[in-house]
Ligand binder design. Structure first.
Ligand code: GDP
Ligand code: MN
Length: 382
């Protein structure tokens, strides 16, 4: 789960991470009121769950509170397109107004889970600012934390020295880095990224931009973090799916996929791609799906306008194929489906399942075998 910049800054501040003073607002008038309580210059920042806002006009540095009002009124309601939003952009419904900060140097600093080493790892670079993706990997310092020892003071010093800091800045920086680590652990984060993390002309550090994500499996321990979820920033179909405990991720193709089990779902995406098709989604029905859930899953798949064929690939282990077949027949009738549907069923009561399809009178294309079924749906949508 991702949160907004203003929320991440508020979460990190108690851990000793310095952030500018500011407040989130929903109207131009509120922006003006907030600016009147802050010291100029000001920064007005669109709050959307995507980076690259600076490039799309979502970050404005201004000198007077009147200009804050003007910038906020332009930003609120605009569809902000950045290199990370895709061409459709994101609607801006709130902006963050904060005190501007003079910048001597912009660093990049993040803490994330490095899957290759299975360790929390700090990444730091002197080349912070907008395009960290473009920075060569040998310009990025990596410091991994051994889970047995946890964070140690030398980790902080190593990062500080690697960034070329000297004197009292080394300890000041190391203290902030420790705070970032403590916040990460205490809040069950999966990513804390500060870009830029700046040093001011007077030598102070400030996290000017913060991105934070959380481990969803641990959210049950953090009701206050769950409350920061902004459903308006998420794909509406993914939100509906998660309400029914369906794992649904929208992809960019035209073949809707309904599968049980995450492994089979991944294999299904692979095999469709292998035969030249393009999956429209990942959808894992889960183990104990009943008829109602199958219907719900169909509705979600079909509500994606890009879908012009559906591939159902089910292995009935715990779940019986006849129950699935009834669910599919029921769903096809309820949603009044008009596009091709290829079904491959295998496992418990598979013959009963096929009989149910045959008797339904619906144009369901039942195909035996994973490869043959995948090839068939690719043909059908071609
Ligand atoms: P992003 O483009 O979505 O990553 O948004 P950022 O918050 O990183 O802002 C983009 C850029 O705007 C930063 O890299 C800074 O150069 C600049 N910026 C943001 N806040 C301030 C500020 O307080 N003062 C100054 N001078 N520049 C700022
Ligand atoms: Mn940034």
């Amino acid at each position: 789960m991702n949160i907004h910049e203003y929320q991440a800054k508020a979460l990190l501040q108690p851990y000793g991470v310095p952030v500018p003073k500011g407040a989130v607002v929903f109207s131009a008038q509120e922006a003006l009121d907030v600016a009147n309580t802050l010291t100029a210059p000001f920064v007005v920042k669109a709050q959307i769950h995507a980076g690259g806002r600076g490039k799309g006009g979502g970050v404005k540095l201004v000198q007077t509170s009147a200009q804050v009002k003007e910038a906020a009124s332009k930003m609120l309601g605009m569809t902000l397109v950045t290199p990370q939003t895709g061409p459709e952009g994101r609607l801006v419904s709130k902006v963050y107004v904060e005190e501007g900060c003079a910048i001597a140097h912009e660093f990049y600093l993040s803490l994330l889970v490095d899957r290759a080493t299975a360790r929390l790892t700090f990444l730091a670079s002197r080349e912070g600012g907008m395009d960290i993706e473009e920075v060569a990997s040998d310009r990025i310092l990596k410091v991994a934390i051994d889970p047995v020892t946890g964070f140690q003071p030398f980790h902080g010093r190593k990062l500080a020295e690697g960034l070329g800091l000297t004197g009292s800045q080394v300890n000041a920086f190391a203290k902030i880095v420790r705070g970032v680590y403590e916040a990460f652990m205490a809040l069950d984060a999966s990513l804390i990224e500060m870009n830029p993390f700046v040093v001011t002309p007077s030598g102070d550090f400030v996290a000017l931009d913060v991105k934070m994500s959380f481990d969803e499996s641990a959210l049950y321990r953090h009701p206050d973090i769950c409350a920061l979820r902004d459903l308006a920033e998420e794909d509406p179909m993914e939100v509906t799916a998660s309400e029914d405990e369906l794992s649904y991720i929208k992809l960019h193709g035209n073949i809707g996929c309904m599968v049980n089990g995450a492994g089979l779902a991944m294999a299904t995406l692979d095999i469709i791609t292998l035969y030249g098709g393009e999956p429209a989604n990942f959808l894992d029905l889960g183990g104990g799906a009943d008829q109602a859930r199958v219907t719900k899953a169909f509705k979600i798949i079909l509500s994606d306008k890009a879908v012009n064929g559906v591939f159902v690939n089910i292995f009935g282990g715990i779940m019986r194929c006849d129950i699935i077949a009834e669910g599919i027949v029921d769903a096809v009738k309820t949603v009044n489906m008009t596009i091709p549907l290829v079904v491959r069923l295998e496992g418990t009561n598979v013959d009963l399942g096929k009989e149910i399809f045959a008797k339904s009178g619906l144009p369901i294309i039942a195909v035996d075998g994973f490869a043959a079924a995948a090839q068939r749906i690719v043909q059908e949508v071609a």
